[in-house]
Design a protein. Structure first.
Length: 255
């Protein structure tokens, strides 16, 4: 079951793109109460990351406090650990640990949260779901249409809503899914009629080489009889031959 009503305690890094300039009172309060702040990366040098806090104030995140999956972020979240000679010593790692603890213990399966694509691998994408804490979006959970690479659908920096799929508290890992966001079979099929000619994209050939799967929408696929000379990713016109709601199948003819 999908739950659309979720309070997201920690936003992904860079979700709010406005550069924040902190007052001295705001910084002192954040240090005192251990609040998580966000700042703009000014530069990286000798393993340290320098954060522009505004009003000519600089914060430094040492290499051992940087956490994981920085991936050239323009914005990072952090906690203030100390102030030395008007330089603020920051920890992104502490902010991530706090966010991960929230995600592991408070999120529930089926809840929808905001995410930003931080890294793409052949097997899936890493999604920032709060303060640099990442969830893994497996390639098969991006769409019902099979694909050769997540990069066919996702770009680094792209903002997407994702559904919490699995939470492994022992290993402190979170899996998320995207395909449910794109709608159910019934929702995607409702504006398609038998006899229509639609645009489609060639996907994979069936194992017996008697059919070809054709993507009609990001989360809707139909099956056509095999036709030679077509390649993966090719755009085609298809005729809707039959719709089988009980089997959630669409039979097509490639024009």
């Amino acid at each position: 079951m999908i739950n659309n009503n979720i309070y997201q305690k920690y936003n992904p890094e860079g979700w709010n793109e406005n550069k924040k300039l902190y007052t001295l009172d705001e910084l002192n309060l954040a240090k005192e109460k251990g609040l998580v702040l966000e700042g703009f990366v000014k530069k990286q040098e000798n393993g340290n990351t320098y954060i522009d806090l505004g009003n000519d104030r600089i914060g430094i995140i040492p290499k051992n406090k940087l956490g994981i999956y920085l991936n050239n972020n323009h914005f990072v979240q952090f906690k203030i650990e100390d102030v030395k000679n008007n330089v603020y010593m920051l920890s992104r790692k502490s902010a991530q640990e706090e966010s991960l603890n929230w995600a592991i213990n408070e999120l529930k399966k089926g809840e929808i949260i905001n995410g930003i694509v931080k890294n793409i691998k052949p097997y899936g994408a890493f999604i920032d779901i709060g303060s640099g804490t990442v969830g893994l979006l497996h390639i098969e959970d991006i769409s019902v249409a099979r694909m050769k690479s997540p990069a066919e659908r996702l770009d680094i920096g792209q903002r997407i809503p994702v559904i919490v799929k699995e939470i492994n508290k022992e290993e402190k890992k979170i899996d998320v899914s995207y395909k449910e966001i794109l709608g159910t079979w019934e929702e995607n099929i409702k504006d398609i009629k038998v006899g229509e000619v639609l645009d489609g994209i060639i996907k994979e050939v069936t194992k017996d080489r008697k059919g070809i799967f054709v993507e009609l929408k990001p989360n809707l696929v139909g099956l056509s009889e095999y036709k030679s000379g077509l390649i993966y990713g090719q755009k085609v016109k298809v005729f809707v031959k039959k719709i089988l709601p009980d089997k959630k199948k669409i039979k097509l003819i490639i024009k």
